[in-house]
Design a protein around this ligand. Structure first.
Ligand SMILES: [Zn+2]
Length: 467
């Protein structure tokens, strides 16, 4: 017999007003397909967390069921638009790291040192950019510089200066269940997920009966868009968006040896977070989640929707490049892919198709596209340039004719550039007076455009639609 409870949580600092989450009680214990039978660790709980979110949320389940249909259309549109052209447009995602502790001194237990946090951002950039002198350099030819970077946010939601590390004493030693994290931790600590990519670093409970015992980390998958036939999301998952990582799997013992890491397990080089951020940007496990080594199930037809990651019948836990678990399909298992379950020292590759998926998500998905244009990594603490840009709006949007760039006070930006979805410049305007803040779009063809507004050293990019 199941009984539904509803819990409403309001995070007042956020732009959205609340989150409604329905959760079934009296559940059977959850089985994790990625629990290593030898060590007991769960390399990743993203699939199970996705199921958890869908329980009692039929709208989200419908939306998720439509995700591959939605993104495959977006990928096709993207290919047609680009027509084979390659671009060098590096995207930077602003990150806030919430270090969740129980009153410990900094550097003690789960209240990890700044250096350990910073080393994680370093590893994300090494892995996503396939940087020279880092493991990605040795990956095979299909390895991608994804042109995605990460920065620690430099400004808090209230406009004051910040180093990107938000230490929060939650008065609780550890976290035992998805419910506890989603209903208590996240709503109390999340920052606007349209502007910040939220990472929580926590101590998971190690009690044998705890749902999250042994888990390294998990991510919230993107939900596509509110457009294009995908249902809207009345039971908001906005208040839980981001990734959650166990503190001893966060950061890199190579980059910052002074930190506290699960070195003996081989998860001490920051690739738990690389993997989970891959999920948050739309990547699936390379074996397509059809089989599970620990559950003894296999499936050589499950796909991760990337053509350059060979089929595998299940997850791999060690770095054997000779594994070919689906010999009737082309290619050996890509055990070194960040989206397999191997140890940190093994992983060194995102592929071209994985890069395309992530960029398509970043260009189109709810709470992802807005991250790309967020200005919170610019060191603009409490400064008028930042505040001016924060207050800028475009109206009407969508537009058919004259578009107005509205500022909240009488200050003017210095200039702005308008470009189309291919990155081509349509207009470049120096702002001399208020008259320069209206744009006649009547001659523009229908579609998506961007306006990059400059003030001093700060910039903000806004999107508008001509129809
Ligand atoms: Zn995973």
């Amino acid at each position: 017999m199941k009984k539904n409870i509803t819990k409403i949580t309001i995070a007042a600092v956020l732009l959205f007003t609340g989150a409604l989450h329905m959760q079934a009680q009296n559940k059977e214990p959850r089985t994790f397909s990625g629990r290593n039978p030898k060590t007991g660790v769960v390399r990743c709980a993203t699939v199970e967390y996705g199921s958890y979110l869908e329980e009692g949320n039929t709208e989200l389940a419908a939306k998720n069921a439509n995700f591959e249909n939605w993104i495959s259309q977006k990928i096709e549109e993207r290919k047609l638009q680009r027509n084979g052209a390659t671009t060098n447009e590096v995207i930077t995602i602003p990150v806030v790291v919430h270090v969740i502790h129980n009153g410990d001194a900094v550097g003690s237990g789960e209240n990890i040192l700044d250096g350990q946090v910073i080393s994680q951002i370093t590893v994300l950039n090494q892995d996503f950019r396939r940087m020279a002198g880092t493991p990605g350099e040795n990956s095979e030819e299909v390895g991608a510089d994804t042109q995605i970077e990460f920065c620690l946010a430099q400004v808090k939601p209230d406009g004051t200066a910040f180093n990107g590390i938000d230490r929060v004493d939650m008065g609780q030693t550890n976290w035992a269940t998805f419910d506890d994290v989603n209903l208590n931790l996240k709503p109390a600590t999340i920052w606007d997920p349209e502007q910040y990519f939220n990472i929580w670093v926590v101590r998971f409970s190690t009690s044998n009966s705890a749902e999250l015992n042994g888990i390294l980390g998990y991510a919230q998958f993107p939900e596509g868009s509110t457009l294009n036939g995908v249902p809207t999301d009345p039971q908001a998952t906005a208040a839980s968006d981001g990734v959650v990582i166990g503190y001893r799997y966060f950061g890199s013992s190579v980059e910052f040896p002074e930190g506290d890491y699960a070195t003996s397990l081989g998860y001490d080089r920051g690739r738990t977070t690389t993997h989970e951020v891959g999920h948050a940007l739309g990547l699936r496990h390379i074996w397509g989640d059809g089989g599970s080594q620990s559950l003894g199930t296999s499936n050589c037809n499950a796909t991760d929707y990337c053509n350059d990651t060979p089929y595998a019948k299940w997850d791999n836990w060690d770095c054997n490049a000779a594994y070919d678990t689906c010999p009737t399909k082309a290619g050996a298992d890509m055990t070194n892919n960040y989206m397999d379950y191997t140890n940190d020292a093994c992983m060194n590759i995102f592929t071209q198709d994985q890069m395309t998926r992530m960029h398509t998500v970043l260009e189109n998905a709810q709470r992802r596209a807005s991250l790309v244009t967020s200005v919170v990594c610019q060191p603009t603490a409490a400064n008028p340039e930042f505040n001016l840009l924060q207050g800028i709006n475009l109206y009407p949007n969508p537009t058919q004719g004259v578009l107005t760039i509205a500022t909240q006070d009488s200050q003017l930006p210095d200039s702005y550039v308008i470009y189309n979805s291919l990155g081509q410049t349509i207009a470049n305007v120096a702002v001399k007076g208020a008259a320069n803040l209206t744009v006649d779009t009547s001659a523009y063809s229908n579609g998506v455009y961007f306006i990059k507004v400059d003030k001093g050293n700060a910039t903000k990019t806004l999107k508008f639609i001509k129809n």
